[in-house]
Design a protein around this ligand. Structure first.
Ligand code: ATP
Length: 374
């Protein structure tokens, strides 16, 4: 390792984790091409992670998303070697974590990485302040310095005034704030989150997502975040890796995943996402024609459709999409309305389904009523 650079990347290449008898015989052989189910039938092995490669940039929030059993937890545990990978490399700041000796691994886990789990993992007989300072204690930090730092973090995670409480006196959301605080106290370079909010009810969950977004703005850490919830992934992720049966299906920004799903699996996954909330105007702009008026207002290509709507619909000329002084295209009312209408239809359809009404029937009913009224 080359010391703290502040711009260290996490590079994962060809990572595999095979559970079961003689896992080494799978990778690099024809067995690797079998589906997960076939492999299990033929060899008794489970390929939990299959040939995954990606790079997480410094300060990026990288989300790994997939249904239960897709391999997310195994993948994130391989990154810190809580689970030993079967093959591939995990390089952090240039060096291969798979080759780190136990001392080096300890150093990485204590100083550079921190994990936040679903079941907070708090020490029940310790006060909040001592739970937050736990990682510092393990590092041998002096008591007064530990309390100073833990006190700062307590405020940062919104728990001022709770220093002397015990975990079981706190709600689930607050306990997870303690978990978050404990991870932040050691000032790690990467935070790994393994489904941290899945046990929380939806409103608290949303609060905690906002908290992560706020903390990311404030402390700017690299974050690797595991979730099975697409909406959580889209809210938090700079980029999202979608897994299925251990393999990588797509990796991209939220607008790429929603705007250009890699296959039918992802398409089905994102079908219910309101497009106007995720797609940027880059996705709806059109090329400039010779007779276009070019006196409309200007926006960058990464403005989300919903946020651009008012300006576009209120302008008398199309909005110019400009990046680095270059005119990339134009956005007019039609482009915005197309996306909004699709969202509206989708909402209407899901309301009808929720109410137990067939949409075709509902449509027929409306036509009938109109005819009678007419
Ligand atoms: N220690 C193990 N031994 C054998 N198989 C395992 C082991 N751990 C995980 N698996 C299998 O590997 C696959 C991936 O599991 P993993 O827990 O990583 O998925 P996940 O996407 O995190 O799911 P969940 O959200 O339910 O935790 C599953 O089929 C699981 O049964």
């Amino acid at each position: 390792m080359t010391g703290v650079t502040g711009d260290a990347t996490l590079d994962v290449t060809g990572l595999w984790k095979v559970f079961g008898p003689k896992p080494d015989r799978v990778v690099g052989t024809p067995l690797a091409a079998l589906s997960r189910a076939e492999l299990r039938e033929r060899t008794g092995c489970v390929a939990a992670v299959r040939d995954i490669s990606f790079t997480v940039a410094a300060n990026e929030v990288f989300v790994v998303m997939g249904l239960s059993g897709s391999g997310k937890s195994t993948l994130v545990r391989c990154l810190t070697r809580l689970i030993e990978p079967t093959a591939g490399s995990v390089r952090y700041d240039g060096d291969d974590i798979r080759e780190a000796d136990p001392r080096r691994l300890r150093e990485l886990r204590r100083h550079r990485f921190a994990m936040v789990f679903q079941h907070f993992g708090l020490l029940p007989h310790r006060r909040v302040i001592d739970n937050i300072g736990y990682g510092l204690e393990v590092r041998g930090v002096r008591k007064d310095e530990r309390y100073r730092r833990a006190g700062e973090v307590l405020d940062l995670v919104g728990l001022s005034g709770y220093a002397d409480y015990f975990p079981d006196q706190l709600s689930g959301g607050m306990q997870q704030r303690v978990g978050l605080g404990r991870a932040l106290a050691v000032d790690p370079e990467i935070l790994f989150f393994d489904e941290p909010f899945s046990a929380l009810d939806p409103l608290i969950r949303r609060d905690m997502q906002n908290e992560v977004i706020r903390l990311h703005h404030e402390v700017g850490k690299t974050m690797v975040f595991i979730t099975h919830d697409l909406h959580e992934a889209l809210r938090l992720g700079d980029r999202i890796l979608i897994m299925r049966d251990g393999a990588m299906v797509q990796v991209g920004r939220p607008d790429e995943v929603v705007g250009a799903p890699a296959d039918d699996y992802v398409r089905d996954f994102v079908a219910d996402v309101p497009k106007s909330h995720v797609l940027t105007i880059r996705w709806v702009m059109r090329p400039v024609r010779a007779d276009d008026p070019l006196d409309g207002p200007e926006l960058g290509p990464d403005v989300v459709v919903r946020d651009a709507a008012r300006l576009v619909l209120g302008a008398s000329s199309p909005v110019r999409v400009v990046s680095g002084g270059q005119l990339l295209g134009l956005v007019d009312d039609d482009a915005i309305l197309r996306v909004i209408v699709v969202d509206d239809e989708r909402r209407g359809a899901s309301r009808a389904v929720a109410a137990g009404v067939d949409t075709a029937e509902a449509g027929a009913g409306t036509a009938e009523t109109a005819a009678v009224e007419g």
